[in-house]
Every structure is written in C-alpha cells, then in structure tokens.
Design a protein around this ligand. Structure first.
Ligand code: SF4
Length: 301
C-alpha cells in the first residue's frame, strides 16, 4: 500500500515511481518536501493548546482547490525545502522542547509513508507527543485504517457533499464519496469522544472541519445533514467562517468575495438545529488571522 515505486497511496492511483524521482498528480517526489516546521496557533483551541502545535507543512497536494489558502506550497510555488529525516526529527525535537504538546501533519494524503516513518522515529526516541492528522480527506479508507494506533487526533476537512462542486472547485468529482468513507473510518477508530488533558488540549479523537464557502450555504447545510444522519451529531465539528478569496478564486464570480455574516449564521443555525453539541463556531473576524504567507520565515506572523 505504501509502495512509492508504484504509487497508489491516494485515490488518484497514478502508479508512478516516486522513489525514482517521478511525480504524479500531487507533484511530490519521495522524501521530505516540507515548506515549514513551525509553532502554529490554529483554529481550534483544543488543537492549538496553550502554546501552539508543532506543524509540518508538506508541499504538493492531491487536490486542486481553486481557492486554496496554501496554494504557494500546495502548488509548489514558494520555497521548497527538501529535508533529510534526521533534520525533520531534530527540528521537531527542538520545537517540542519549548513545551509544545503536539505534532501536526498538514496536507497528508500524498505523504503518508513519510508521516508514518516520522512518528515511528519519534516513538523510538521515547517522544510521545500527540499526533494530529490534518487532512483534506481525499484519502483511501484502507490507508486511514493502517494509521490506527499511530494517529491520536484526526482533523479532516469535509469540503463538499455534491460531486459537481467537488469537480468544479477541486478537480475531484468523487471527493464526497471518498471523503465520507475516509471520515467514517476515522470515526470507527475514535468515535465522538474527544479526550483532553487537564489543560483542555486534545489527546485523542476526531474533529471534522468544514469551511463555509460564499454563495454555497445549501451545500454546507446538506453536508451537515449528511454527517448528522450517517456519522453522528455527537462528533466535534469545527465550522469555519474564515474563507477569503485566494489563488484562482480571486476574480471568480461566486468565490471572489468573503463570506457574508448572514450566510455563516444560517449554516451555524442549522448545525445547532440538527443537534450537534460539540465543536466550535468561529467568530466572523477570522479572515486575516488565518491567511498565511509561505514566502515568510513564519507563514502566520
Ligand atoms: S500520492 Fe501523488 S503520486 Fe501517489 S497516487 Fe496520489 S497523487 Fe498520485
């Protein structure tokens, strides 16, 4: 399953030999192609914890979201640093020594073997930091099954429920089916309960993220209904309002604007009406704060 010589790690099933330097849809060779390893204070307080999380921002991606906030690195435009595994481990250790409780892997689907290897190395060294798997969810369920016992907290995006939108905005018509299966496997492993420590920092569980897109409140409402019916209303939802036009969405007829407050409120109200009782509803001033620049040393400052 993790054979980089004939890569079928994600649903794109390219079959290329990444070990020989060839690349498939994700434009990512074998090895550690990471833009930044930094302390990051992200969206959910239970994930960020008191001091932030040590996030590894991998380059490349197996989706082509036209509004991608991280397009500088998902499209391999910004500084691409190739790390040795030793360098990655040393950098993580340096950050964890500052009192950081968790290591987060951001954009994971195309670099699962690298992530597994990092976690195994950390554990061998006696480092048991919480592992957070921050994925776009365009993942094979069998790959997620293979991560059982290695990942403490799953943080999957659930972007779309309609294939037309998934095709139009992310070049993946089968995204809804694929993502639903992957998230159901995460739920099988973790259930609804989010285990936290005495500081409220997540130690084990599942948090489903959904970014509300401008002009698409019905999509978000349908997606929440799907989660309520097919997964659970007990699961933690992080409903995000931080959309800001980026990349190829800047002049887009529908996506070329920020979200109206009433759009977000409509979706948040539906979430409450459906009976979701765990998670986070973002305040409406989050747009600038979460707009990273990966040309900078620290993308979020
Ligand atoms: S991980 Fe990359 S090369 Fe492998 S199947 Fe997916 S897109 Fe293709």
């Amino acid at each position: 399953m993790f054979d980089l010589k004939n890569c079928t790690i994600c649903p794109r099933d390219c079959g290329v030999n990444r070990a020989a330097g060839h690349v498939g849809y994700c434009s990512t060779p074998a090895g550690y192609s990471i833009s930044s390893i930094v302390v990051h204070k992200g969206e959910e307080p239970a994930i960020s914890g008191r001091n932030g999380i040590c996030n590894l921002f991998f380059t490349g991606c197996n989706l082509r979201c036209i509004f991608c906030q991280n397009h500088q690195i998902s499209g391999n435009l910004a500084k691409i640093k190739l790390w040795s595994e030793d360098q990655v481990i040393t950098e993580i250790e340096k950050i964890l020594e500052k009192g950081i409780h968790a290591v987060g892997f951001v954009t994971t689907s195309h670099v699962v073997p690298q992530i597994v290897s990092i976690i195994q190395r950390l554990r061998k060294s006696g480092i048991n930091a919480v592992t957070v798997y921050n994925t776009n969810s365009y993942e094979k369920p069998e790959v997620i099954r293979a991560l059982d016992g290695l990942i403490d907290v799953y943080l999957p995006d659930f972007k779309y429920i309609n294939p037309e939108l998934a095709l139009q905005y992310s070049d993946a018509a089968n995204y809804p089916v694929v993502a639903a299966a992957a998230i159901k496997e995460m739920y099988r492993q973790k259930g609804s309960y989010l285990q936290t420590n005495e500081h409220g920092e997540a130690e084990s569980g599942l948090v489903i993220r959904h970014l509300v897109l401008p002009g698409h409140t019905q999509e978000s409402i349908q997606l929440l209904n799907y989660i309520a019916e097919e997964i659970s209303t007990g699961v933690h939802i992080s409903l995000m309002s931080q959309y800001h036009p980026a990349h190829r969405a800047v002049h887009h007829h529908t996506l070329g604007r920020s979200l109206y407050p009433e759009e977000y409120r409509q979706v948040a109200n539906e979430m409450l009406r459906l009976g979701f009782r765990n998670g986070w509803i973002q305040d409406e001033e989050s747009v600038d704060f979460f707009n990273p620049d990966f040309y900078k040393e620290h993308p979020f400052e």
